[in-house]
Design a binder for this molecule. Sequence first.
Ligand code: SF4
Length: 586
Amino acid sequence: MEGWMGKILWVDLSKQSFQIKPLDKNIIRDFIGGRGSGVKILYDHLKKGTDPFSEKNLLIFATGPLTGTPVPMSGRFSAITLSPLTKTILDSNCGGNFGLQLKHAGFDMLVIEGKAKKIIYLAITPDSIKFENAEDLKGKTTIETRNIIEKKEKKKGSVVTIGPAGENKVRFASAENDGRFLGRGGIGAVMGSKNLKAIYAKGDKKIKVADPKSLEFFIYESRKWLKANPITSTGLPKFGTAVLMNIVHEAGILPINNFKSNQFASASDLSGEEVTEKLFIKKRACYRCPVACGRITKTSSKQGEGPEFETLWSLGALLGINDISWVAETGYLCNELGLDTISAGSTIACAMEMEEKGFISVGLKFGKKENIHKVLKDIAFRENIGNEMAEGSLLFSRKFGTGNESISVKGLELPAYDPRSAHGMALAYVTSNRGGCHLRAYMIAPELLGIPKKIDRFSDNGKAGLVAVMQDSAAASDSLIICRFASFAISDEYFSRLLSAVTGEDISTMNFRLIGERIFNLERLFNLREGFSFKDDNLPSRLILENLNKKRKINIDKMLNEYYRFRGWDDNGVPTSKKLEMLGLK
Ligand code: SF4
């Protein structure tokens, strides 16, 4: 099958050895690449109950069939592992060039097991796989690490790095690649647990596609769709993801002060317009992306990547802070330390509420910037109270508070959308297989933006089917791999045509969605095997009991019942034999 290099690089860090295994054709037929193949490999090889920080945990970097082709928005790669934050399956998707270079080096996937005795970095080229001593990089930030390795390796490749947070196994540590991040769920912590400070890849092997003529046409068409859509042609290119700030706040969806409010008089100080006026230097695009939603920005004293919408919210509005330069600098700090900005901000917000209630005394207060940078550094280096906060907001609040101060689902801190003002988002959060995440089914599209059409966001009716279909579609596109924002403009029909043109296999839209459904169900089986149940498909009590909008409260049980039925799962949220047989998962 074209579009693939046909090889998996399987590395054992304990033995400092590697094997080159053939890519399993059945896996890529049934799960494509990226998230799908990674989930399948992890499901097949990881024993139930493995400690995420043990040598046995696998860390998989996976490209997709579109990686390295000229398809717009396809220059991405995935990392898949057992999450140390949620203990669920985890996949994270990043727009740096590492996947591209890994593929050019001749490998579709990199599977890492074991643990190095001392800190190392891995260097992958078509001619060699090297385990390089990295003791001198201990304690270095993500950016320092990248710069040092780039200099050492001479040929410009791509480096995935962790900062001090990853080394110290902060459960929400990120990994950096070319200024982009594997943000959620603790990929950086898993790298740290393996004493793996970084991975460098560089190659020049050609990637073949099966039908270049058809591919050219579908790319032309895809670009046309991207140009015709106001979000991908104007909103994101002009203001970046921060374009959402005012829209989300005005709809009462933006959570303020740890989800205690949805009103913040200064929210517009953190808008995309303000980023453009006060911080903007230039746009930043992932490989082959005409949208270029990324931002290089500058304050009076620093320069860096972002801030994205989620960062402006988690380190700004969520904490009651409206100083955009300070928020940008706090984002740069998290990036350097290797901390996921959503979880970092949410864990600070959780601590602020606990301090308000008198459970802790750290000097953190809503609306005040004091002490936040110090606490973030303490988290990254696991010092003082930071050592406890490094466990994530859920464990932290259970230990020192009531447990209700953590606004998370399955331990993953919620992003910038209050589900009380978008009920479909509530269902998307509770059923997301990696915990509270907005990217598995972005219900904000129909509920707020009216894409593909506007639906009543305070209603619990009829959301189940839509959430499930969006989850399946997202699972399939995460396996191609193509940026989630592409879905605003390009349909599954075009995704399956692009896939067919690259691989030479005739893949219908229906089959594409079926693959997504298969992936989603396998992730569910993984979590059930780890001991999760329908009881974990739940929201923090505040979001169920407190009604911010004087509108209808969320009826999560009703939506879940409908959802389980729609999915062909039993009343306990377990896929039935019939469903598994239909998906070829029996
Ligand atoms: S839209 Fe943004 S995140 Fe997506 S591929 Fe383009 S630059 Fe990257």
